[in-house]
Design a protein around this ligand. Structure first.
Ligand code: PLP
Length: 393
């Protein structure tokens, strides 16, 4: 006998992985250059040279120390550098002891959900959403409540949201810039969200925490503001990652920030650390704690994502696709050309376009395009998108 839940997770069919495998099979038949794979969110730009140089320098200078365990919450110097960086950028007064360094945003989220959950608790997420939220929230023993998408702009349907908050609501998770829509929540959206959460926290007599999942914080297009959410809502806990900003997804490095202003911040921080311990994380990779903290004021060369976005949005709209305006990240979430997004994704395969159906993100009749790919591939894919659209005429 094994755990049914874990067995289910371990054997569940992954649409994205299946598309990826299908792409490899097709590439063997028609040639890799004739397969247009928009399925995976792996950064397409390299990490900055300074990241590699810093790693090499540390390995040469501190070979004995760097491979050792660090404090469970992360090296004190690294946490101080993260705090200094945010204070410079956002004008906060964050301190090293508010940071818990993690194995990427996925671990940040798991530590927060596990750290906060008491029996009966619920967390609200907004569709379209990162599907792992359900896995992480249920893994913590809580229930996920999903708010259907506001499909014009992918901001928030506040009426439905307000009705979904109950005395059991422990927290709300937001992700802006968003995977899969690429949309950035406006300051107005966030202020309205904060006003509702403040009122409901008062009504129910306990804080409703806002968990801000921010792996795409640095990937924002020109003229788009990504507001710093702790300045808008007091009870915000930040889950960050260097996977996308520094193009380091395989190195597994991020952090949880529990600002001092958060209600019961000391307890929340200790519970996050306790969750990290219970999940067996021990400490985040020692070398990359140093590397990311020494390089946290820089990013990979992210401008290609904006170029790719503009090329795709303009071209797809011209062909008749409906695309909500993205503000960052490296995803688009257009409407599928038939209501059944799974059938649409199947039909796209006939044109060797690998597009992920929206159903898995909680927003049927849409599809996700991950455009962290070479711009040249997008240019070559455009006639295929046109042919796909024409096939519906
Ligand atoms: N949250 C969102 C919205 C993501 O898109 C991802 C990864 O793609 C993660 C969290 C997990 O990121 P990490 O690689 O830092 O664990």
């Amino acid at each position: 006998m094994v755990s049914e839940r874990m067995l289910g997770l371990g054997t569940a069919r992954s649409v994205i992985r299946e598309l990826f495998e299908y792409g490899k099979q097709r590439a063997a038949i028609v040639g890799a250059e004739n397969v247009y794979d928009f399925s995976l969110g792996n950064p397409s730009v390299p990490a900055p040279d300074a990241v590699n140089e810093t790693a090499i320098r540390i390995l040469k200078e501190n070979p004995d120390i760097i491979h050792c365990y660090t404090s469970a919450q992360g090296d004190a110097g690294a946490r101080q550098r993260f705090a200094d960086s945010l204070n410079r950028r956002f004008g906060g007064d964050y301190t090293a002891d508010q940071f818990y360094i993690t194995v990427g945003a996925a671990a940040s989220l798991c530590c927060v959900f596990n750290g906060l959950t008491c029996p009966g608790d619920e967390f609200i997420a907004f569709a379209p959403y990162f599907p792992e939220y359900k896995v992480f929230i249920e893994g913590a023993g809580a229930k996920m409540v999903l708010i259907p998408p506001e499909i014009e702009q992918f901001q928030i349907d506040f009426d439905t949201f307000e009705k979904a908050i109950t005395p059991n609501t422990k927290g709300v998770v937001v992700n802006s810039p968003n995977n899969p829509s690429g949309v950035v929540y406006s300051r107005q959206t966030l202020e309205q969200l904060a006003a509702i959460l403040t009122a409901k926290s008062g009504e129910y007599g306990h804080p409703i925490y806002l968990i801000s999942d921010e792996p795409y914080r640095e990937i924002a297009f020109s003229g788009v503001e990504v507001p710093w959410i702790p300045h808008i809502y007091k009870d915000t806990i930040v889950c960050y990652s260097f996977s996308k900003s520094l193009s380091l997804p395989g190195e597994r490095l991020g952090y949880v920030l529990v600002p001092g202003q958060v209600t019961d911040s000391d307890q929340v921080y200790a519970a996050v650390a306790g969750a990290g311990r219970s999940l067996g994380y021990v400490n985040a990779p020692s070398l990359f704690q140093q590397v990311t903290s020494l390089c946290c004021d820089m990013t990979a060369d992210l401008k290609v994502y904006e170029e790719n976005s503009k090329l795709l949005v303009d071209s797809l709209r011209e062909m008749g696709y409906h695309v909500a305006q993205p503000g960052g990240a490296f995803y688009l979430f257009p409407r599928s050309l038939e209501p059944d997004d799974l059938a649409f994704s199947e039909r796209a395969k006939q044109f060797d376009l690998l597009l992920v159906p929206g159903t898995g993100f909680g927003a049927p009749s849409h599809f996700r395009l991950a455009y962290c790919v070479q711009t040249d591939m997008i240019r070559r894919a455009l006639p295929k998108f046109k042919a796909l659209a024409d096939s519906y005429k």
